[in-house]
Design a protein around this ligand. Sequence first.
Ligand code: NAP
Length: 289
Amino acid sequence: MSFITLTVGLLGEHLENSLSPLIHRNFICYYSLNYCYLPFQIKTENLEKAISGAKALGIHGLNVTIPFKEKAMGFMDAIDPAAEKIGAINTIVRKNEKLYGYNTDWNGFKEPLKKKMKVKLNDKRAVVLGAGGAARSVIFALAEEGCPVISIFNRNIDRALEVKRSFQNISTQCEIRTFPFQRKNLQEEINNADLLINTTPLGSWYYPEQNPLPEEIKLSSESIVYDLIYYPDKTPLLRWAERNGNRILNGKEMLVYQAAESFYLWTGLYPDQEIINKILSQIRKKENL
Ligand code: NAP
């Protein structure tokens, strides 16, 4: 047994409101590990120095958040194939003096669908709103699980086409379609969808009270509506879907499950459901203060 405390932490530019320290400190306490989780708030121009400093100091692992998820890949010794395909890392693990980059967002995204919603994705048709970094993890996860149809809607159609190019070869069973945000196409694809996923920031802190869908869109009450935004708890999209009788999911679970996967990569322990549920209820209480 070693008495040296292992340091893990979070690398980002604005970390004041990050929930990762709360989540990881709970995991660490639950297993009584000699680890400590620290926020490292740095300026963009210091990313390379920060990563090589972390390597020299023997920092055991890091989470990487906005705006470094893509850039940090350039400073790794090796990248996990899923992260390579997604084009971003959110977790760094130090093994034998080398830094390995991973992406756990895609696992974080699908776990709540499986565990909470009891959904199997291999026969579900999905509509994804947005084609940014989060959408790439979502679409990778859906394609990996063998979703038969993924319809991507994005303001910038070239970005949606790029996502399609990246992921269309993952599964022969999976057809990826791309559309600009237009009501007629949206309604047609939503009519046939089992899952509607918002990966745009519309409805979040930065775009309060905005719904990425026009009000006139009709939604079958059978479909699940998943908004990756974790604050507020219920975005206008989720409130609208709930009124319509749909099952809804926000981004809080994804946040905790992606952290659980990072914790597993650093410690070899996958957090117990008991501590995951406890953290989720702590986050909800914190929000209601
Ligand atoms: P990003 O890379 O900047 O992508 C943003 C996406 O939203 C792009 O497709 C962009 O379209 C679209 N968009 C932005 N503003 C828009 C507007 N006014 N109207 C229509 N579309 C708009 O951001 P990201 O990293 O993917 O993050 C997206 C959201 O997911 C954020 O709210 C973030 O907090 C959330 N997220 C949650 C988790 C979680 O664990 N729950 C994890 C990651 C991200 P264009 O391409 O046309 O610009």
